[in-house]
Write a new protein. Structure first.
Length: 40
């Protein structure tokens, strides 16, 4: 089955990938904060 790739689909995928990247970055920052806080 052929799926037409539209500009809207590409834009949506870009937003999704950006959100996933930011979420991963936030998880890393939280993890680093917890490690620093545990050393005090």
């Amino acid at each position: 089955q052929k799926v037409d790739v539209t500009l809207l689909m590409v834009h949506s995928q870009d937003h999704l990938m950006s959100a996933m990247t930011i979420r991963r970055l936030a998880d890393e920052i939280i993890d680093l904060y917890q490690q620093v806080h545990a050393q005090k």
